[in-house]
Design a protein around this ligand. Structure first.
Ligand SMILES: *[C@@H]1O[C@H](CO)[C@@H](O)[C@H](O)[C@H]1NC(C)=O
Ligand SMILES: *[C@@H]1O[C@H](CO)[C@@H](O)[C@H](O)[C@H]1NC(C)=O
Ligand SMILES: *[C@@H]1O[C@H](CO)[C@@H](O)[C@H](O)[C@H]1NC(C)=O
Ligand SMILES: *[C@@H]1O[C@H](CO)[C@@H](O)[C@H](O)[C@H]1NC(C)=O
Length: 309
């Protein structure tokens, strides 16, 4: 009985070792892909350090199955990642919507680190509506008497937003485009216009953000989607990752110098997993390793049989 058990144990161990080597010597294209709740986290994003594109490092965190995005202005819940349109949809719980206006400087706004700016920006059709900004706000400086920087963005703006039930309790000062009797309670801008939604700096009490996915103009602020639509793009570095994945690798970066890396299982390449020099060298090694392992296993098994274990 003991004999059979020992033999069985040795065989399983040998099989496991051989299988492990097999996995190791081939690339593993999906090593870095992961899931958080029902969202797929894939290139250029990652929740593991060293995976994905370095422009998106230390950005996403999976906390209790909730995917969170963290930038200098704060943390946001990721509602969706659209890989085809290269966009993210974010939610800030302290952002105003149509049903509730949140004042008291609680919202995050939207500010990204300088170095991350090329990689992450709210889309051009996302409107930011800045609420309760003081007359001293930089928003209203340099526009003497006449125009305000406030605009409709993609057909969405404050005039319509004032129609939301959230305003019923507050009652907005319905000032028009002309800056006369104090600043308006709401000023709509695109991200492009001011580059950073820093509520402290802009001296605003709150904000709302909306986007419209419908190709046709949706009627009224009830039909808008509230949240922040962010565009991401890796531009030039895309071909590196495509080549890497095509050869069975997963795309990552060097955690020390942030240069792109192709992870090929047991080794990392600076190009792809078929790169001639190092690849053939390493492939030979892996095969040799596997053979040595197998021969080792068989010898141990034979020895144990001889000893009558
Ligand atoms: C993911 O789950 C959330 C609730 O947890 C749900 O609102 C959302 O529609 C789901 N998304 C998908 C794509 O299934
Ligand atoms: C490959 O690079 C990743 C990311 O920098 C690192 O975590 C991993 O240890 C590296 N693997 C090898 C075999 O050097
Ligand atoms: C916002 O502006 C304030 C005041 O200018 C500054 O102290 C703060 O660091 C800024 N916040 C971010 C996230 O950049
Ligand atoms: C924005 O759109 C509304 C409704 O279509 C319109 O009444 C208003 O004049 C527009 N505002 C600006 C600043 O263009």
């Amino acid at each position: 009985m003991a004999n059979i058990l020992t033999a069985f144990f040795l065989i399983s161990t040998c099989q496991t070792l051989t299988v492990l080597r097999g996995v190791n010597s081939h690339g593993d294209a999906h090593k870095c892909r992961s899931y958080c709740g029902n969202l797929t986290v894939d290139y250029p994003f990652a929740v593991q350090s060293g995976c994905g594109h370095s422009g998106y490092r230390d950005l996403l965190f999976c906390i209790n199955d909730v995917l969170m995005l963290h930038i200098s202005s704060g943390s946001y819940r990721v509602l969706d990642i659209d890989y085809a349109y290269e966009s993210l949809t974010l939610d800030d719980p302290h952002m105003s919507t149509c049903s509730s206006i949140v004042f008291g400087h609680r919202g995050n706004g939207f500010v990204v680190e300088r170095w991350r700016e090329p990689y992450l920006n709210p889309t051009a059709d996302n409107v930011f509506m800045l609420l309760g900004c003081t007359a001293e706000s930089p928003l209203f400086q340099g526009f003497p008497g006449k125009h305000l920087p406030c605009r409709n963005v993609s057909g969405m703006g404050c005039e319509e937003y004032y129609g939301c039930p959230g305003w019923d309790i507050i009652g907005p000062k319905k000032v028009g485009v002309v800056y006369g009797s104090g600043p308006p309670d709401c000023c709509a801008v695109s991200f492009e216009a001011i580059k950073a939604i820093n509520l402290t700096k802009l001296s605003c009490q709150g904000y709302s953000s909306a986007y419209s996915l419908a190709p046709l103009r949706v009627d009224g602020p009830h039909g808008w989607s509230y949240g922040i639509r962010v565009k991401y793009s890796v531009e030039g570095d895309d071909s590196f990752c495509k080549a890497c994945e095509a050869t069975g690798g997963s795309c990552g970066y060097d955690v020390n110098d942030f240069s792109s890396l192709c992870m090929c299982g047991s080794w990392n390449s600076t190009s792809n997993c078929d790169s001639v020099h190092s690849a053939s060298h390493r492939r030979t090694w892996s095969l040799m390793d596997a053979l040595t392992g197998l021969v080792g296993c068989i010898s141990i098994w034979k020895l144990s049989a001889t000893l009558g274990l």
